[in-house]
Design a protein around this ligand. Structure first.
Ligand code: AMP
Length: 267
C-alpha cells in the first residue's frame, strides 16, 4: 500500500522507533505528518543493535501504549514487524558503518552501528520513504545514517529533529523508565553539565579540554562516575578539535545506576 502511494506520486515519510514512545518520538511523527502525504511509523526493537549483556531483553515493549501515543496524529501506517519477519532464519549480510560511526558510541558499543545501519537500510526497503526523520538526541546515529544514505545512494532524505526534553532539561528517552526517583534526579546532571558547557562557550571559553573536564566534573559531583565519554568534537566529523567554535558539539554517555544514558548539545 505504501508502494502504491509512492507510485501515485505521494510523498512518503518514515519515523523509525524501538517503541516505548514518548514526546520525543511524537515530535518526530508530528514533523513528518506536517511535511509528507503518507506517514509511516516503524516500531521494532532491533536485536542486532544490542550488544551481549545490554538491555535487549528488558527493553520496554508496549505496542498498545505506543498506538495510543500516536492515535491523535494522522499516521497512515504502523509497521511493527517481528525479528523473524525482519531477519528470517539465516540472515548474514550486514552494512559496515561509515567512519563517523567509529568514535564515541562506535568504540564503546562495537557492532551497534552495524546493527543500526543494517536495520535502517532494511526498513527503507520495506518503506520506500522519500524522507526519514531522526532525532538530534541520538546525534551520532543521525550522522551515521546520513552518511550511509549518501554513500549507498539511498533515495531517502535524512532529516534531523530537535531533542525534546523534560521541563527540567532531561532528554526524553525510553530508558528513562528504568530510573528510580533518586536516579532520575541524578540524571539531570547530564543535561545541566551540557548546558553549563554551552554557557561557558557563550561566555568566551574555547578551550576543549577545559569544557570537557568541566562536564565530567559536574557528572562526578552528582554521583555519576561511570562515564563512557564526555567529548567536545567537530559536529560533522566527530573528530577531535583544537578549539571550540560554532561547529562544535558536546556529547555524553554515562551510567546513572545501571542505566546508560546519552545526550548532546551543539555548543
Ligand atoms: P529510539 O526509539 O530510541 O530508537 O528512537 C527513535 C527515534 O526517536 C530516533 O531517531 C531518536 O533519535 C529519536 N528520539 C529519541 N528520543 C528523542 C528525544 N528526546 N527528542 C527527539 N528525538 C528523539
Amino acid at each position: 500500500m505504501v508502494m502504491s502511494a509512492t507510485a501515485s506520486g505521494k510523498k512518503v515519510g518514515v519515523v523509525m522507533t524501538m517503541g516505548a514512545l514518548h514526546e520525543g518520538h511524537v515530535s518526530l511523527v508530528e514533523q513528518c505528518t506536517g511535511q509528507v502525504d503518507v506517514t509511516v511509523v516503524t516500531i521494532f526493537v532491533n536485536p542486532t543493535q544490542f550488544l551481549p549483556g545490554e538491555d535487549f531483553e528488558k527493553y520496554p515493549r508496549d505496542l498498545d501504549g505506543d498506538l495510543d501515543s500516536i492515535s491523535g496524529l494522522p499516521v497512515d501506517f504502523v509497521f511493527a514487524p517481528t525479528a523473524q519477519e525482519m531477519y528470517g532464519e539465516s540472515f548474514s549480510t550486514t552494512i559496515q558503518p561509515p567512519d563517523v560511526g567509529k568514535p564515541l558510541e562506535g568504540s564503546h558499543r562495537p557492532g551497534h552501528y552495524e546493527g543500526v545501519c543494517t536495520v535502517v537500510f532494511k526498513l527503507l526497503q520495506a518503506v520506500p520513504a522519500s524522507v526519514a526523520y531522526f532525532g538530534h538526541k541520538d546525534y551520532q546515529q543521525y550522522l551515521v545514517i546520513k552518511k550511509m544514505a549518501a554513500d549507498l545512494d539511498l533515495d531517502s532524505k535524512i532529516e534531523v529533529c530537535p531533542t525534546v526534553r523534560e521541563p527540567d532539561g532531561l532528554a526524553m528517552s525510553s530508558r528513562n523508565r528504568y530510573l528510580s526517583e533518586s536516579e532520575r534526579k541524578q540524571a539531570l546532571a547530564i543535561s545541566a553539565a551540557l548546558l553549563a558547557a554551552k554557557k561557558s562557550v557563550a561566555d568566551g571559553c574555547d578551550d576543549v579540554d577545559a569544557i570537557a573536564k568541566g562536564i565530567r566534573e559536574q557528572l562526578v559531583a552528582a554521583g555519576i562516575s561511570k562515564i563512557d565519554y564526555a567529548a567536545v568534537v567537530h559536529a560533522e566529523t566527530l573528530e577531535e578539535i583544537a578549539s571550540i567554535d560554532e561547529s562544535s558539539v558536546a556529547l555524553v554517555a554515562a551510567y546513572v545506576g545501571d542505566t546508560r544514558l546519552i545526550d548532546n548539545m551543539a555548543l
